[in-house]
Design a protein around this ligand. Structure first.
Ligand code: COA
Length: 227
């Protein structure tokens, strides 16, 4: 099964060789394929002002190949929602240590829509929930296209709209706040048949993490009666 790696400033040096292909993939996917021309750059790498050293990336690697990714940015720093799309959030700016903004989720075209085992996109959504509960987050803010909403519903994500959808370049776009909690992660794992946590924290052994719920214990061990 593909592995999902947490990459942040403290362990970025271990993944340095992935960053150039990663930004090039983003250019191929968002500029060439999705035609988000505002993101175009002459060097063929899609990088924006939120790719700072405080951004956290989930890299999905299969036999060393980057096949999908997602970005998470602390909302105590500038985000897409606060800087580019503030009008989508009529509830007021989100600037909280327990909320990260998610963006740039993608799977390479050859690995989309897979049905054997959990699909890469499902793995990424489960992994980001695991990341969130591990570091004590309570929510994810996201600027997204409306077609994500039924997908979130299906995987058990509770998305609360922060304003009305707006049409942008033919896309219906809105801002949401998604709950990040043990229950959502547990049900995602059960739904996708995952029997162990998905994240690899290589080089991040010192990062303080909350214990994950014991959902992977066999029932007999989990519910042993007190003597
Ligand atoms: N517009 C509308 N619906 C879309 C869509 C789009 N641009 N992209 C995906 N979907 C929906 C559709 O319902 C699609 O079903 P279909 O096959 O009947 O069209 C369904 O998602 C499945 O998408 P698919 O691409 O086959 O597989 P996936 O679930 O493995 O991957 C993504 C989903 C979004 C990760 C993948 O499509 C991707 O990487 N897209 C490019 C990056 C992107 O647009 N990311 C979102 C914004 S950051």
């Amino acid at each position: 099964m593909p592995e999902i790696h947490v990459v942040r400033k403290d362990n970025r040096h271990l993944y340095e060789s992935y960053f150039d292909p990663y930004f090039r993939l983003r250019h191929d996917i968002y500029v060439k394929q999705r035609k988000w021309m505002a993101l175009d750059r002459p060097d063929g790498r899609e990088i924006d002002q939120f790719d700072t050293e405080d951004a956290v990336y989930l890299f999905c690697l299969d036999n060393g190949q980057l096949i999908g990714a997602m970005r998470a940015v602390p909302t105590v720093l500038p985000t897409l929602m606060s800087e580019i799309f503030p009008y989508l959030n009529i509830r007021g700016p989100i600037c909280r240590p327990d909320v990260y903004e998610l963006s740039r989720v993608f799977v390479i075209p050859e690995r989309r829509g897979e049905h054997a085992g959990p699909r890469v996109e499902t793995l990424l959504l489960t992994a980001i929930m695991e990341f969130g509960i591990s570091i004590g987050l309570t929510g994810f803010s996201i600027v997204l296209e409306s077609w994500w909403l039924p997908r979130f519903e299906r995987c058990g994500w509770k998305a609360h709209p922060l304003g009305l959808p707006h049409m942008m370049d033919g896309m219906s776009v809105l801002a949401v706040l998604v709950d990040c909690d043990d229950v959502t992660w547990t049900s995602q794992c059960n739904q996708s048949g995952l029997t162990r946590p998905t994240l690899t924290w290589q080089g991040l052994e010192r990062v303080r993490r909350r214990a994950l719920p014991d959902i992977f214990l066999p029932p007999a061990a989990a519910f042993q009666p007190a003597r």
